[in-house]
Write a protein that binds this ligand. Structure first.
Ligand SMILES: Cc1cc2nc3c(=O)[nH]c(=O)nc-3n(C[C@H](O)[C@H](O)[C@H](O)COP(=O)(O)OP(=O)(O)OC[C@H]3O[C@@H](n4cnc5c(N)ncnc54)[C@H](O)[C@@H]3O)c2cc1C
Length: 388
């Protein structure tokens, strides 16, 4: 594994960093907080379309599809820069659907979607989970019936984050109810403005919105099918591998800010930075962040070697999201009662970031597959233990 960047790559990353420092506005920060750093809001679109015009949203894609042809390692470094300053960070179209279309989509599908995705002009939201199908995605019930030129869809999704601000649904649906488990699902791209779609909010404890999405006789053109009919389960698993690649720098920035705060704050007349427990805990987080970076860049290295990480992505997702929770806990402990204050309080420290991250980190170990599900994948594929 080569950890060094070439002078040109270093220059590119520096250019991205200075763009981010210059272009991050308070309005964008505010929107990112409200949307949980998921792409789709008005400010985010303005910002990302400018960012993407340099090819930076999908830098490792080929130039014909709007990228710069860099390594995945450079793309991962750019995502880390974005995470550190708190831009929109979760891109369903650019980071999950796009690579899946690139691997399995027809030429028509690639020509239609990849450039608009790379330019940040369209955003998708994930349409996997249903009330009876979360960890077990093969238990989907939403039905797509072949009507000749189009599919007719009926059913319900739940926990579909950002359906209210995205343009298209990246939808897993049953196309052959009689097929064996895993064999009757297809993947489709659905315009969320299609007649018959009803989106209802579910607000999380972090303050951002996920949704129920109801399909009532929704017509989806056949050309919106991704890859082969009834092969959707396989494509969804592939897209999930891409979803499970987490830059943790957003949480890393919290640790840096707590350390900075500790340098000047005093508790009972003593400098916080001299408190042995605070020092021990912050140091532990520094180690875990570094360990996570190794897991994260290993995924980039695998992509650069032509492999799609599978259980390795689960390892990083599992570790990163559990570290995120330990970071939020550590920040709360270090900041004491001040850490619990929201940013509206005049006594808030770090603009209420610890309190916000504490609420946000809970879901990290649930979406994209729970920690138990990741451990199951690692046991099965990483350790080659028998299926349960
Ligand atoms: C805030 C939020 C946002 C989300 N956003 C999206 C989204 O945008 N799109 C989308 O499609 N979904 C989304 N999800 C859904 C998420 O992916 C599921 O909640 C998750 O996969 C777990 O499914 P479940 O909630 O049905 O729990 P269940 O699958 O019912 O699991 C319940 C418990 O059982 C455990 N468990 C289940 N199966 C196993 C097993 N085989 N081995 C060991 N333990 C197991 C789980 O770990 C969990 O602790 C979101 C969820 C939340 C909470």
């Amino acid at each position: 594994m080569d950890f060094s960047f070439s002078p040109e790559e270093q220059e590119l990353i520096k250019e991205v960093r200075s763009f981010l420092q210059k272009e991050m506005t308070p309005a964008l920060s505010e929107e990112c907080e409200q949307l949980g750093h998921i792409y789709g809001g008005k400010e985010g679109r303005k910002f990302i379309q400018k960012f993407a015009s340099h090819g930076w949203l999908t830098p490792n894609w080929p130039a014909e599809y709007g990228g710069l042809g860099t390594s995945a390692t450079v793309a991962f470094a750019i995502r880390e820069e974005m995470a550190y300053v708190g831009t929109p960070l979760v891109f369903v179209a650019a980071h999950m659907a796009g690579p899946t279309i690139m691997h399995f989509g027809s030429q028509e599908l690639k020509d239609k979607w990849l450039l608009p995705i790379a330019r940040g002009e369209v955003e998708f939201c994930l349409g996997y989970t249903e009330p009876q199908a979360g960890s077990d995605l093969a238990a989907l019930a939403i039905r797509a019936v072949d009507k000749g030129d189009y599919f007719l869809l009926n059913g319900q999704k739940t926990f579909n984050t950002h359906a209210h601000v995205a343009d298209y649904h990246w939808l897993g649906t049953i196309t052959d109810p009689d097929a064996k488990k895993y064999r009757g699902m297809s993947l489709m791209i659905v315009d969320l403005k299609s007649p018959g779609i009803d989106i209802r909010p579910m607000v999380t404890m972090a303050g951002w919105q996920t949704n129920e999405v109801f399909y009532d006789d929704v017509m989806v053109p056949k050309e919106n099918l991704v890859g082969d009919l009834n092969a959707g389960f396989f494509y969804v698993m592939h897209a999930l591998d891409y979803e499970r690649m987490f830059p943790l720098a957003t949480y890393g920035s919290l640790i840096d800010e707590v350390a900075e705060y500790a340098r000047t704050a005093t508790v009972d007349g003593e400098p916080l930075a001299k408190n042995p427990i605070v020092r021990q805990k912050l140091a532990q987080m520094k180690v875990e962040l570094a360990a996570n970076r190794h897991l994260y860049y290993r995924l980039a290295h695998m992509l650069d070697s032509g492999q799609v990480p599978n259980y390795q992505a689960s390892m990083q997702k599992l570790f990163a999201t559990e570290v995120a929770q330990r970071i939020a806990n550590t920040a709360m402990e270090a900041l004491g009662m001040f850490g619990q204050l929201t940013k509206d309080s005049k006594w808030a420290v770090l603009a209420g970031k610890a309190e916000r991250f504490y609420r946000t980190c809970v879901v990290e170990t649930i979406y994209a597959g729970t920690s138990e599900v990741q451990r199951g994948i690692i046991a099965l594929r990483g350790l080659e233990l028998p299926r349960k």
